[in-house]
Design a protein around this ligand. Structure first.
Ligand SMILES: Nc1ncnc2c1ncn2[C@@H]1O[C@H](COP(=O)(O)OP(=O)(O)OP(=O)(O)O)[C@@H](O)[C@H]1O
Length: 578
């Protein structure tokens, strides 16, 4: 997946690789000139004629090589940044598009905060890994092998120092990586949890404040945050020992090399003139070898985090969407609804929430759904716009099994106004047009009048262009519900489901909404889920749910006479009102 995404940027990738080569070439070339300069200096006492000129020529060449290396480095950083940014943006967009195809069930399985972390933090990890790859991937092995060979050619008698140094550095790097690995693995999961707590806390800020929950929320957050800090510290400790260990090893290697060369010099004067310059380049090559191993270690660290993130992003993109729609032409369905022996269990929940439910609703009927809290009313409603598929049985709309209806047909036939009014930041018009993207102002007006939203929208200076803040925070609960109902009715669906969506309206407004429905939405099948029996008392038929079972169906009068569950709810509510 990532390779495919990188494949789009072949030109940039080639440029990054070439500039990386340029950098390595310059780095490996530089010490040989250093050796030449020092060799000339070592021989100076014998005859200085022409030697200063030679030194300055070598000096100019050295600066030239440094400039080539610098240009290579700048171009490499720019191209690596471009590739990593472009690829991560592509991955982010691709993943977001994939999430848009998810069913509600898929989103529930992942959890929204987990998806947010994947789209942000995991993509950042991949971006950092790509940056690293295009800055050091070729550089590390080339620099390592090149410096290794050249150091031995420069000082053949000191080959063993290099070998011992490489072994020691690799051991330290391997040991440190082993210590750090599990902590990196824990990062992402903790980030998911921290994000979830922060999201819940900020979303429920009013609850937190009104129930004085700041301390307990902070304690919950601190627990996860401290755990993250623990992992970060462990990585920090491993790093803090790794770097000094490298320094000790390299200093030791330099000391032994100088000591040995000094011994050779005392034994042979000619060796001094031949090899004195070599020791300088030898040390530089040693440093380059060490740098290559450290970079390799860092890369494996980024890689271990980046690979976990790649796995998490791939998991989203490889997800088999749990709900697909038949690729059939859109059609016009009537507003009848039929549940045929429908049972339903939530994902990861063994016990069924709906149990063997069967009923039929005729087009244009007004239907009430009542039952105790948790009886399964909202769950039943969510099966009609296919937010979930039933575990058993069939849900039909307009006599067609929902599983064989196109997405377009379902969208124009069914509209649901959820229990919680969810608005998006933007304008009122932007929110209403989610119900019908090409809605005219006249259509918005008509829908707003039915939902009793026109009265407050008309009072706003910008009317439909008035700003809606994040989650509609600048509107009251009742206003949000009215806008939500407006969005639901604007496309004039054949079936309108109101899931307890007038709960924040006062009795007068609720009555006005219901009257408007009766007047304006005569042909629409209206399914009203209600806590209060008074909201559905005039319905053509009422479904009574009890612990996931449909225990009775009929109009108010019939149910009072025949259903114990219904009568019980009715009597309790009447007693409260009295
Ligand atoms: N997304 C979900 N995942 C798992 N279980 C759920 C989910 N939503 C609801 N449930 C469970 O299903 C049962 C029925 O919930 P549902 O919301 O349908 O009841 P309800 O009758 O609409 O209740 P209320 O009147 O309080 O809104 C409850 O026990 C609830 O815990």
């Amino acid at each position: 997946m990532v390779l495919k995404a990188i494949g789009k940027y072949k030109l940039l990738v080639t440029a990054a690789l070439l500039t990386m080569l340029l950098q390595v070439g310059a780095a490996l070339w530089q010490p040989s000139y250093m050796k030449k300069i020092l060799s000339v200096m070592a021989n100076m006492s014998l005859s200085t004629n022409g030697k200063v000129d030679k030194i300055s020529d070598y000096g100019v060449a050295l600066i030239g090589i440094a400039i080539i290396g610098l240009v290579g480095s700048i171009l490499n950083t720019v191209t690596a940044a471009k590739i990593s940014q472009a690829v991560s943006a592509d991955l982010r967009e691709m993943t977001f598009r994939k999430i848009q195809t998810f069913s509600y069930e898929d989103i529930e399985k992942y959890k929204s905060e987990n998806l947010v972390v994947r789209m942000t933090n995991d993509i950042n990890q991949i971006q950092m890994l790509l940056m690293m790859i295009f800055q050091v991937l070729i550089r590390v092995p080339l620099l390592f092998v090149g410096a290794f060979i050249l150091s031995i050619i420069t000082m053949p008698r000191l080959w063993w120092i290099i070998v011992v140094m490489v072994i020691l550095i690799m051991l330290v790097t391997g040991f440190s990586m082993k210590l750090m690995g599990p902590h990196f693995m824990a990062f992402q999961k903790l980030m998911d949890r921290i994000n979830g707590i922060a999201k819940d806390n900020l979303r429920g800020a009013r609850v937190v404040k009104s129930f004085v929950q700041e301390k307990s929320q902070a304690a919950k957050f601190n627990k996860e945050s401290d755990e993250l800090m623990g992992h970060n510290l462990a990585v920090g400790y491993a790093f803090s020992t790794m770097i000094p260990a490298f320094t000790i090893i390299s200093q030791l290697a330099i000391f032994v090399a100088i000591l040995l060369v000094s011994t050779f010099i005392t034994k042979s004067a000619s060796y001094a003139q031949d090899q004195l310059g070599g020791i300088m380049s030898f040390i530089q090559y040693m440093m380059q070898i060490m740098f290559a191993i450290i970079m390799g270690g860092m890369m494996s660290m980024f890689a271990s985090r980046g690979l976990v993130s790649m796995g998490r992003i791939r998991e989203i993109n490889d997800t088999q969407v749990s709900m697909t729609f038949d690729d059939v032409a859109d059609e016009t369905l009537d507003g009848s609804v039929e549940f045929d022996h429908v049972s339903f269990s939530y994902p990861n929940d063994d016990a069924p929430t709906l149990k063997d439910i069967s009923f039929k609703i005729k087009p244009g009927q007004m239907v009430g759904v009542v039952g105790a809290t948790g009886a399964g009313k909202s769950t039943l409603a969510q099966l009609i716009p296919r937010l979930f598929d039933p575990t058993d049985g069939t849900v039909k709309v307009g006599d067609k099994d929902l599983k064989h209806v196109s997405k377009g047909t379902l969208k124009k036939t069914v509209s649901i106004v959820l229990q919680k009014a969810i608005l998006f930041s933007g304008t009122i018009a932007g929110n209403l047009k989610q119900g019908k993207p090409d809605a005219t102002e006249e259509e918005m007006n008509r829908a707003a009048k039915i939902a009793q939203a026109a009265e407050f929208i008309d009072r706003l200076p910008d009317r439909y262009d008035a700003e809606v803040e994040e989650r509609g925070n600048n509107f009251s609960g009742g206003q949000k519900q009215r806008m939500s109902i407006t969005r639901g009715v604007i496309k004039q669906p054949k079936i309108l489901i109101l899931d307890d969506s007038t709960s924040a309206l006062d009795a007068r407004s609720e009555k006005l909404v219901q009257d408007a429905f009766n007047r304006e939405l005569n042909d629409t099948t209206t399914i009203i889920i209600a806590q209060k029996i008074s909201s559905v008392v005039h319905a053509d038929t009422i479904l009574v749910l009890d612990e996931g079972h449909l225990v009775a169906q009929g109009n108010h009068k019939e149910l009072v006479a025949t259903s114990d569950v219904y009568r019980q709810i009715y009597d309790t509510q009447k007693a409260k009102e009295a």
